[in-house]
Design a protein around this ligand. Structure first.
Ligand SMILES: Nc1ncnc2c1ncn2[C@@H]1O[C@H](COP(=O)(O)OP(=O)(O)OP(=O)(O)O)[C@@H](O)[C@H]1O
Length: 234
């Protein structure tokens, strides 16, 4: 299941790829369904087809979930308004970059042609990671220091940002093995790693701006053991 944003970008990108020639047309208008995926395989940007349970599609699908969960968090930030408008703009930029992350994942670095590799390179100069770090540091200046574990909480925007953070970590887990095998650029794994720190900080920041207390971890009390009178066996 794909978000419309993901579909439209993938299909836009697909239009420059060889596998787009299989798309069905109705009165000159491309249809959203090609039916080419019905047999359980799908295409990479190189045109290569693989089973849909291939690790590449796991990574692509999880990256899509990440963008969707950021989209939801962004909507909650918009609703919250005051104090988090800056985050809204940043999240939109990040969603655009995640489309580029998807292109990188869908273009195996170990087999794609040089022009395709160049077109889908991600964050070669580390600027996108640096932007995340700048945004994290700016929010940290305003936040109270962390003294205990916090639980995802602090209002709808903050809690949704924590969901996005955990999806970001799952995307990273899918991408790391591909990066280790040099099938995805290492910069993608680094970006996802920093993104989860950014989303964590955003969650705390949104809670603070909403005037909400973050729920902190408290060690649950051990159940009290009932004292029973000794059983005297006859
Ligand atoms: N289940 C999936 N999970 C993650 N990525 C997928 C999945 N299915 C397809 N993809 C990737 O997303 C791109 C766009 O998805 P799309 O749904 O158009 O593919 P399809 O299932 O092969 O085609 P169709 O839906 O037209 O039969 C594909 O080219 C492929 O790279």
């Amino acid at each position: 299941m794909f978000s419309n944003a993901f579909r439209s970008t993938v299909q836009l990108r697909a239009s420059v790829c060889s596998f787009s020639t299989t798309r069905l047309h109705l009165a000159g208008r491309p249809k959203i369904y090609t039916k080419t995926g019905d047999k359980g395989t799908s295409a990479l940007f190189t045109g290569e087809r693989r089973p849909k349970d291939d690790v590449v599609f796991d990574a692509l699908g999880t990256n899509d979930e990440l963008s969707s969960s950021i989209g939801l968090a962004r909507e909650f930030c918009l609703d919250q308004g005051d104090g988090v408008q800056g985050i809204v703009g940043q999240l939109e930029q990040i969603q655009c970059l995640l489309q580029d992350v998807g292109s990188n994942i869908a273009t195996p670095r170990d087999s794609a042609t040089a022009p395709r590799l160049a077109r889908t390179e991600f964050d070669a100069d580390g600027q996108h990671v640096e932007d995340l770090e700048t945004w994290i540091d700016a929010m940290d200046q305003e936040l109270p220091p962390l003294t205990s574990f916090i639980l995802p909480s602090g209002g709808k925007a903050a809690a949704a940002l924590h969901v996005a953070r955990s999806v970001s970590r799952r995307t990273e887990r899918m991408v790391v093995p591909l990066a280790q095998e040099q099938r995805v650029d290492r910069s993608v794994a680094i970006y996802l790693n920093r993104l989860s720190d950014y989303l964590f900080t955003c969650g705390r920041y949104a809670a603070m701006k909403a005037g909400r207390q973050e729920v902190v971890y408290k060690k649950p009390r051990a159940p009290r053991v009932k004292k029973t009178s000794p059983v005297i066996e006859e």
